[in-house]
Design a protein around this ligand. Structure first.
Ligand code: 5GP
Length: 189
């Protein structure tokens, strides 16, 4: 999507040869007009859905605008933190390795909020190695839900996540596809 590429060109900062910082509109401050526009694009790019599934924290804003563009369906976000409030026994679980922090989290979704009647679209800010998306796919499958697609605002295709998802027969929709950020230069596909 041209407007996403333009936004990245304008304010993306290459931190290393595999990490891009986009704090000014995506990961710290959120550009609300941008978020609404990408939500519409995501909702229009997949089959009809009854729920949007994401993971806390950065996916939530874009999951919300995607849900609002499709008749205000609910969003469900997988929780990373262990808390006394999480009813672990009644949850779907997945172990997800964090790309930006070198830790594995047990993420959970309460069984009340996803069922085999749901048609789910998965939304996240970034797609890199695919661990977050694969964990969410596992959770949706534990619920017996149908997955209509995975949408990522920024898809760093050179890290292989998209291929792993496509290999499961699941469509990937990307705001921008980046093929390399080597040497500080952002190359789009
Ligand atoms: P994956 O699980 O696909 O390897 O990575 C996706 C997750 O890691 C996203 O939820 C995102 O928060 C984070 N992530 C991956 N790559 C980047 C990046 O280049 N910049 C930022 N800010 N977050 C990233």
């Amino acid at each position: 999507m041209r407007f996403v590429e333009d936004k990245i060109k304008e304010s993306g900062i290459v931190v290393s040869n595999n990490i891009l910082k986009v704090d000014s509109f995506l990961n710290h401050q959120i550009d609300t007009e941008f978020a609404i526009r990408i939500g519409k694009e995501f909702a229009d790019s997949v089959d009809d859905f009854t729920k949007v599934l994401t993971i806390e924290t950065s996916g939530v804003a874009f999951a919300l605008t995607t849900a609002m563009a499709n008749g205000n369906v609910p969003i469900v976000f997988a929780k990373k933190s262990k808390s006394a409030i999480v009813d672990s026994l009644n949850c779907y679980h997945a172990s997800i390795k964090s790309f930006t922090r070198d830790i594995v989290s047990d993420v959970t979704v309460n069984k009340k909020y996803l069922s085999n009647e749901d048609k789910v679209v998965i939304v996240d800010d970034f797609l890199a190695e695919g661990n977050a998306a694969l964990g969410l796919i596992s959770i949706a499958r534990q619920a017996g839900a149908t997955i209509v697609g995975v949408c990522a605002v920024v898809n760093k295709t050179f890290q292989g996540g998209e291929k792993k998802i496509n290999d499961l027969g699941i469509k990937v929709v990307s705001g921008a596809k980046i093929s390399s950020i080597d040497g500080g230069e952002i190359k789009f596909e």
